[in-house]
Write a protein that binds this ligand. Structure first.
Ligand SMILES: [Ca+2]
Length: 287
């Protein structure tokens, strides 16, 4: 399965873990990476350095188009890497146009951050709505970040509400993995330590990134929002699913409405099974 990743790597740590899981998953072929949610250049450098560390400099990395509200917690990781080059957003559009040229080939567009880039893509190439399999980590149909039944604007939607509204209204079939399925996917501390102690170039990079993230966000728990979204590409049955018709309101809330379904939404997850899956792959010594 070919996958294009759109990520805000360099803010919360789960994007780096999602990229690591993807690289350790032979079922998935990483075709390219683009960044979103402010600090697009720095995020692209973080992704590029992580890929280089894993021996995957062959994967093109592009700077996303400006937008969003995110922060950068991994600046230290790229202090010695500022002169590296990444592709421009125009380069990304050219790359993507190539990826969707063949109607029989439908790569996954895996969105792990704000929807700014994909909204631009859909403007520029309306056919992308049918030629990409759009898988979005974001949104909530009812759960908040603590798992309470309370509507809450999820961060990736809230970061660029206008773009999210455009994407959900585009006519594309969307797979949505939001808070309903991910709010409780906390990586236990001992598992985190196991991952960072494991000797491999990729885990070595994670062992630098995780403390930088913890220093930046001391109160934050490590929730595997983005890695779970990678996981369901491989084992969809790790989530429960519902076909729904959804739209985004002006405040970033996801609303159910009457009408033909436009979203296949994850409504829950098998936490134990996913954690076992995730940890075993992150402790495999392929790279
Ligand atoms: Ca993310």
């Amino acid at each position: 399965m070919d996958v294009i990743v759109d990520t805000d790597i360099g803010d919360d740590i789960d994007d780096a873990l999602a990229l690591a899981l993807l690289l350790r998953s032979p079922e998935l072929v990483l075709k390219g990476v683009v960044t979103n949610n402010r600090h697009e250049e720095e995020r692209a450098l973080v992704a590029s350095k992580l890929l280089e560390t894993a021996g995957r400099s062959d994967v093109p990395v592009y700077r996303g188009t400006p937008g969003g509200k995110g922060k950068l917690s991994h600046g230290e990781f790229i202090e010695d890497y500022r002169n590296a080059e990444v592709g421009s957003f125009e380069d990304f559009l050219l790359f993507l146009n190539g990826e969707i040229a063949d109607a029989a080939h439908r790569p996954v567009y895996l969105s792990l951050g704000s929807l700014t880039n994909i909204a631009h893509v859909l403007d520029r190439f309306p056919q992308a709505a049918q030629r990409l399999k759009l898988v979005i980590m974001g949104g909530s149909m009812g759960k908040d970040y603590k798992g309470d039944d309370r509507p809450q604007a999820e961060w990736n939607i809230y970061s660029d509400v206008q773009a999210a509204g455009k994407v959900f209204g585009s006519g594309a079939d969307i797979i949505m993995v939001g808070l309903d399925a991910t709010w409780n996917l906390e990586l236990p501390r001992e598992k985190m330590d196991e991952l960072t102690r494991f000797s491999s170039p990729l885990n070595g990079a994670l062992s630098r990134l995780i403390p930088q993230w913890k220093a930046f966000y001391p109160e934050r728990r490590l929730i595997l929002y983005d890695p779970f979204t990678v996981g369901i590409l491989i084992e969809e049955s790790m989530a429960r699913w519902e076909e729904v018709c959804l739209e985004v309101d002006d405040g970033g809330l996801i609303l159910k409405k009457e009408g033909a379904s436009n979203v296949r939404a994850a409504t829950g997850s098998d936490k134990e099974r996913f954690l076992e899956f995730f940890v075993s792959r992150l402790l495999s010594d392929s790279i």
